[in-house]
Design a binder for this molecule. Structure first.
Ligand SMILES: Cc1ncc(COP(=O)(O)O)c(C=O)c1O
Length: 470
């Protein structure tokens, strides 16, 4: 226990002095990185889901707290945090953070530059413009392509639809709709609500037999909407659905958009990173024909959250949709002010971690990282082949598993299997697709070894035989 005096005396000043190295700051950062290093190192010895931990008080005390007290509170909080680097943490699209990303977050916080305006982030604004251009062109969106970072994929999708609506001349038309798959991400419905459109503005096309958007059904839907006099502001294809990791037939959807004169948005929050490297671009074929793409390096790549971008074939749509003028800022030396390119005003230097991570990995590192995640998913699929369990179709590093054939209580099976797996150190999530209960595993963690995957498959198989022999 800390004595009250120890708990309250602090050598750390609120702000680092601008002359001479601030020893108290350096030592506090050192202690914090030590804490983080230990937290990361102990994950495999902990439960896959945190137990209730000693939660520190949420509110400040009257006086300042000492560094020791801050560190011990931090330790309590970290004890109750989700550990994405646990080898059995497979439930969601939340991989461990890349090491370089952690360091970059620290540096970005210290720099505290503001990507709103170039005068508040001179080198970082230039870096952001350069990296957005590189990313968009690497996706194949054309020589003028670029974009803007956004705080998460939901915001990227919202901004894409705002651009699409304006470009279609439908900004004030309450009958305008968006066409997407029934399994497309919930952020689309949220976006349309924010845009002031009614609930039926999201026209959900039922999945084809393979779970992906069926271009023939989309064409029927477009004809039907035309007859009803409902103008379409965008067609959305998904490169990696949230539950199964399915990639829609993007090239066919692009053809439809060309034929009907529609904006083609690809929600590539999960899968668009594949288009960054030659070895994996085929997984998202047709993405290069999009007008706009949402890409989340925070998912498969492991850049720490938030890291998302909206990339456009013609980035002038961003300024046309969002610029208001920044009369209190000096004009930028090149390009458009960061705050004029989207809904956010003040933005932190998310670009710093993305840039550092991409440079650290290199193209071969990105390719290997994606390939290894895909290989882990494929190895679970093959380890379950021939069992009573069926894996749903999937194109990326996700595996959605359905109840055993002939199961009488599919929800019961899922809950039993989920609990058994948790006891054995594996956490899978429990999504439903079209009323069908599933277990979902996402293989974004490089420390999920072949042995872990074999063990997971054995456990899953055991739940299936128990269910079938009932
Ligand atoms: C396909 C897809 N699109 C968009 C999003 C939204 O991204 P975010 O959670 O960063 O807002 C997600 C999140 O999982 C997603 O899976």
């Amino acid at each position: 226990m800390l004595s009250p005096a120890e708990g309250h005396s602090t050598a750390l000043s609120p702000f680092a002095a601008p002359h001479g190295v601030d020893g108290a700051l350096v030592s506090f950062l050192h202690d914090c990185t030590g804490l983080l290093g230990r937290w990361l190192a102990e994950a495999a010895d902990q439960g896959v889901r945190p137990l209730l931990s000693l939660q520190p008080p949420a509110e400040p005390e009257v006086g300042p707290l000492s560094e020791q007290r801050l560190l011990s509170d931090l330790q309590g909080l970290m004890g109750g945090a989700f550990r994405p680097n646990h080898p059995g943490a497979l439930a969601h699209l939340d991989p461990p953070a890349l090491t370089v990303s952690m360091a970059a977050e620290l540096l970005a916080a210290g720099l505290n530059n503001n990507l709103l305006a170039e005068e508040l982030s001179p080198s970082l604004s230039r870096l952001e413009r350069g990296l957005c251009r590189w990313l968009a062109q690497r996706l194949g969106l054309g020589p003028r392509a670029s974009g803007v970072p956004a705080s998460g994929g939901s915001l990227s999708n919202l901004m894409a639809l705002v651009c699409a609506r304006r470009a279609a001349g439908l900004a004030h038309d309450p009958r305008a709709v968006v066409v997407a798959a029934a399994g497309a991400h919930v952020s689309l419905a949220k976006a349309l609500g924010v845009m002031g459109l009614p609930a039926d503005a999201l026209v959900a096309v039922p999945a084809g037999d393979d779970g992906r958007l069926d271009p023939a059904l989309v064409a029927d839907t477009l004809r039907h909407l035309h007859r009803q006099g409902r103008p379409v502001l965008a067609l959305v294809g998904t490169a990696g659905t949230t539950v199964q990791g399915l990639v829609d037939p993007l090239a066919d959807l692009a053809d439809l958009c060309r034929d009907h004169g529609l904006w083609f948005h690809v929600d590539g929050a999960i899968g668009a990173v594949c288009a960054l490297v030659d070895d994996h671009r085929w997984r998202v074929r047709g993405l290069e024909r999009a007008d706009s793409v949402t890409l989340n390096p925070q998912k498969l790549l492991g850049v720490s959250k938030p890291s998302s971008l909206l990339l456009l074939r013609d980035p002038t749509h961003l300024e046309a949709s969002f610029a208001t003028g920044l009369p209190y800022m000096e004009a930028p030396l090149g390009g458009v002010q960061g705050g004029e390119l989207g809904l956010q005003g003040t933005r932190g230097a998310e670009v710093l971690k993305l840039w550092l991570c991409l440079r650290h990995l290199g193209l071969t590192g990105i390719s290997d990282l994606i390939g290894a995640a895909m290989a882990r998913a494929a190895s679970l699929r093959s380890a379950l082949a021939g069992s009573d369990l069926s894996c749903l179709a999937g194109d990326l590093h996700l595996v959605a598993i359905a109840a055993p054939n002939g199961s009488h209580d599919r929800h019961g099976w899922r809950d039993t299997a989920h609990a058994l797996l948790l006891r054995e150190g594996f956490w899978l999530s429990r999504p439903d697709v079209a009323g069908q209960p599933l277990l979902k595993a996402v293989f974004g963690n490089p420390y999920t070894s072949p042995q872990h995957i074999q063990r997971l498959a054995e456990l899953l198989r055991s739940t299936s035989s128990a269910e079938v022999s009932r």
